[in-house]
Ligand binder design. Sequence first.
Ligand code: ADP
Ligand code: ADP
Length: 226
Amino acid sequence: APDAELREIRKVYDNGARGVEQVDFTVAKGEFFALLGPSGCGKSTTLRILAGLEEPTSGEVYIRGEAMRGRPSHRRPTNMVFQKLALFPHLTVADNIAFGPRLRRRPAKEVSARVAEMIELVGLSGYGDRHPAQLSGGQQQRVAIARALANEPAVLLLDEPLGALDLKLRVQMQQALKRIQHDSGTTFVYVTHDQVEALTMADRMAVMNEGRIEQLGPPAALYRRP
Ligand code: ADP
Ligand code: ADP
C-alpha cells in the first residue's frame, strides 16, 4: 500500500464554506509530495484531513492501507509541522524532541538514542541543551521537524514550514529538508504557495485550484508544456 491515499475527499465546513470539492492522490513511501496552489484553494484543508485534525465530509484517507476515520488522536500515524512553531519554550531542544516518545512511554535509553539521532539528522549537534529562544528561526524550525520525526510518523506533514524565513535561510532549509528526506526515508506531504519551492523540492506535486487538483505529476512533466 502507498504511505498515504486520499480517495474522493470532499470537505464542507459547518458554516457551509467549501474546503475541498474533490481530492484524490496517493503518496508512495519515501516520496516528497508537494501541494501547490493559491491561497484558499484547499491545501491546508487537505493537510488537516491527512493529519486527522478534520474529518472529511465524504471520502476516505488511508495511511499505509489503514483507514484514518475513527482513530483516536494518540494513534494518528501522521505528524504535522506548522509555520507558527509550537516549541515548548521552557524545555531544552533535547527535551522538546523527547516529548512525544516520552508521552508514548518509550524506555529512557531508546528516547535518548532517538533524540541524539534526530539532533544529528537536522544538523543541530551540540545544541541539545539550549532553549528555543537561544536559537535562530531556522534552527527552531529544524527542532520542530526533529520533534515531529521523533514520533516516527508514517507521513510528515508540513504546512508552509519555511514561509516565515528569509530567502537565504529558506534555501538552506529546503536543502536540509531534502537531505532529511533521503537520510531518514520519511514520506513528506508539503504545502506551499511558492511554485519555485514546489518545483525544486517535490518528487511529485499536485496543483490545486478551487478545491480540486488540476495537475498531478513530477515537476518536469507538469512544466514541460508550452
Ligand atoms: P489554502 O490552505 O489553500 O489557503 P484552505 O484549505 O485554508 O486553503 O481553505 C480552503 C477554503 O476553505 C477557503 O475558502 C477557506 O476560507 C475555507 N476554510 C478553511 N478553513 C476553514 C474553517 N475552519 N472554517 C470554515 N472555512 C474554512
Ligand atoms: P492559509 O495560510 O491556509 O490560507 P488562513 O490564514 O486562511 O491560512 O487560515 C488560518 C486558520 O483559519 C486555519 O486554521 C483555517 O482553518 C481557519 N480559517 C480559514 N478560513 C476560514 C473561514 N472562512 N472560516 C473560519 N476559519 C477559517
